[in-house]
Design a protein around this ligand. Sequence first.
Ligand SMILES: NC(=O)c1ccc[n+]([C@@H]2O[C@H](COP(=O)([O-])OP(=O)(O)OC[C@H]3O[C@@H](n4cnc5c(N)ncnc54)[C@H](O)[C@@H]3O)[C@@H](O)[C@H]2O)c1
Length: 287
Amino acid sequence: MNNILVIGSGVMGNGIAELLSINGIKTTITDTSVKSLNQSKEKILFSLNSLVNKSKITNRQKNIALENIDFKEKIDQKMNNLDLVIEAATEDFNIKKEIFSTVEKKISPDCILASNTSSISISKMASQLKFPERFIGMHFFNPATIMKLVEIVKGQKTSTETCNKILEFTKRIGKIGVISKDYPGFISNRILMPMINEAIEALRQNVAGVEEIDSVMKLGMAHPMGPLKLADLIGLDVCKSILEVLRDGFNDAKYNPSKLLVKMVNEGKLGRKTKQGFYNYNIDKNN
Ligand SMILES: NC(=O)c1ccc[n+]([C@@H]2O[C@H](COP(=O)([O-])OP(=O)(O)OC[C@H]3O[C@@H](n4cnc5c(N)ncnc54)[C@H](O)[C@@H]3O)[C@@H](O)[C@H]2O)c1
């Protein structure tokens, strides 16, 4: 696994590409949005500098990362030398389906295809592929450079060989892989998202304010971050999409996104990435 393509240069794609390049892996990142790809360069450089400042990586590792990463608007050629493609595009089945059916035609038979989806069925995405046995879920957590876990999701047809290769690779990049079966939300978001949704409902019903709700979970449950701040970090649009996948996947209205969450997404308040969510994020204030 020395040559990897990351598709999508949003919150997760940037983090994954940064992580891979720090580990000395030739990484190409691409996005259909030129704006997002341009911002990606700045964001990755900013993040590498802050990892150096926090002594999480050395200056040498930062330079290795910068040498290894390539930003490409179009990735038509040279796809046959890829070992792994990690898709981290918008959480939408049709977008991902289109990406994988295009990419599968261009890669070599040995290349593994992975999706960083938070909730969409791996078996469903694989069902339209010619070689579903090399398709797998590789669910990184935000920020990908810091968080230890990769939830590895085995679809119905994912081969043991693919799963073992990804487990081994996960170790190589300093992460711990945990294997989940392919149920909506897998392990992580099946547990996390109902909690976040309930915190938003508590806010909507005016049980308490944002700070109070987050404080209860931090101080009373020893969570490192309150659920509303975590929702801002994940992205409120991503939270809403995951809840919809849970609701539709289990056919259970208990997963309906809170009306307040829907309202905020419609207003473009998506959390950190738009600088407004349950908290306000401005340049000077790193809250
Ligand atoms: N945000 C999180 O905390 C988090 C954590 C784990 C997994 N995920 C998953 O990672 C994926 C990406 O989430 P994100 O938070 O980075 O989203 P994001 O909205 O920050 O970024 C998505 C990017 O995908 C790009 N994109 C859309 N269609 C594309 C296409 N056809 N080809 C290439 N790029 C395309 C968009 O332009 C955008 O830049 C989702 O599947 C999400 O569920 C998110």
